[in-house]
Design a protein around this ligand. Structure first.
Ligand SMILES: NC(=O)c1ccc[n+]([C@@H]2O[C@H](COP(=O)([O-])OP(=O)(O)OC[C@H]3O[C@@H](n4cnc5c(N)ncnc54)[C@H](OP(=O)(O)O)[C@@H]3O)[C@@H](O)[C@H]2O)c1
Length: 345
């Protein structure tokens, strides 16, 4: 089959090769509970290029197919609830990606039926391709902060794919939302439902919030950017309620040079108690662990139009390097989708 293959650690332009003879999974690869999917569209995640740049070959088990999110059709339901030809979207789990050297930038993938969902009829394959990781992450973040209707959640990164979905889910649950982005994205972020917008480019965000604290401190802060610089957390006593959780989606260094910053932040967060000057707020890293109930709840949000698909750009399969450039710019407004089937819409 045709597939993009990550061959070595490095940036996508150094690591990726387009193959047309990569082994195609068949029914023989399926264990009980697995399904075989023909991928029609794949979506990139920041984690894809970050792992390409950081993980050595022996851990990533290269050569292997990168990326996880996709939409497609069931080719073999293997006794599951899915039938042949059914439209689905889903995500290859990181552990399966490494073990079986597979990902979504290829024509076929096999994966547990529990990581696949039926595609709602109101979205196209292009729109569905990027929904799984982002949607279930956003839902998990909102569930983890566990606020009551009327409480305020601060979402850093309201125009990130995760942030956009989190705003929409927070509003569906009756929360008040304050969200950040650069000024060019204000209208977009408000269109997702944000009640208040802060342009983080005008002034360093934590300093701005210390100077202009909310009249009632935020009940929770979600960092939907995944920042390596944790100043927003370190200063949070000024604007986050004492029991309010601070939860982040990631803190993966972009370069080897950033490793030092991340390690020093982590030791300050986890090893320095409040009485020695540590921040007296709870810090959590979020790792998505979707259950069937989460999948059902999120798919319903999409079906009802509560969470709308958010696509930045669509790229032909041969143009994957251009797609990665958009992802690596950090300025995407929505998912970056790659057509695996050239006829997909
Ligand atoms: N834990 C998980 O399971 C999981 C799953 C999916 C994603 N993630 C992580 O979640 C994070 C977001 O991923 P994503 O795919 O949603 O990202 P994305 O869509 O690629 O994010 C791009 C957006 O981030 C905004 N942004 C960049 N820097 C910002 C800053 N300092 N403050 C506010 N906004 C900023 C940009 O808006 P402007 O141009 O206006 O700055 C841009 O619109 C990543 O770290 C990713 O690895 C985690």
């Amino acid at each position: 089959m045709k597939a993009w293959i990550s061959t070595t650690r490095g940036v996508p332009s150094a690591s990726l090769q387009l193959k047309t003879d990569w082994p195609q999974p068949t029914a023989e690869n399926l264990k009980q509970g697995d399904v075989l999917v023909k991928v029609t569209a794949a979506a990139l995640n920041p984690l894809g290029y970050q792992m390409m740049k950081l993980l050595p070959n022996f851990i990533a088990k290269r050569p292997s197919v990168p990326e996880c999110d996709f939409s497609g059709v069931i080719v073999d339901g293997n006794g599951s609830a899915f039938s042949v030809g059914e439209k689905v979207f889903g995500s290859v789990r990181p552990e399966d990606a490494i073990k079986f050297k597979q990902g979504s930038l290829a024509e076929y993938a096999f994966l547990p039926a529990s990581t696949v969902c039926k595609q709602p009829e109101n979205v196209t394959d292009i729109e569905a391709a990027g929904l799984f990781s982002v949607g279930l992450t956003a839902l998990g973040l909102i569930e983890t902060v566990n606020l009551k209707p009327g409480e305020t959640v601060f979402i850093n990164g309201g125009s990130s794919s995760v942030g956009a979905a989190a705003i929409q889910i927070a509003k569906a649950k009756g929360l008040r939302v304050v969200a950040t982005a650069s000024g060019r994205n204000e209208e977009l972020v408000r269109s997702f439902g944000a009640d208040e917008f802060i342009d983080y480019t005008k002034e360093p965000l934590a300093a701005y919030l210390v100077k202009n604290p909310p009249s009632v401190k935020y009940s929770a802060i979600i960092d939907a950017v995944g920042m390596n610089n944790q100043t927003l957390f370190f200063k949070s006593e000024a604007y986050l309620a004492p029991n309010g959780p601070y939860i982040t989606t990631s803190a993966i260094p972009n370069t080897m040079a950033e490793f030092g910053t991340v390690i020093s932040n982590m030791s300050n967060i986890f090893l320095r108690p409040g009485f020695l000057g540590g921040t007296k707020r709870k810090f959590t890293y979020f790792v998505v662990k979707p259950t069937p109930a989460h999948i059902e709840e999120f798919t319903n949000y999409v079906r009802q139009g509560t969470v709308k698909p958010f696509v930045d750009s669509v790229h032909n399969f041969e143009d994957v390097l251009k797609a990665y450039e958009v992802q690596m710019s950090g300025r995407a407004r929505g998912k970056i989708v790659v057509k695996v089937d050239p006829t997909v819409v």
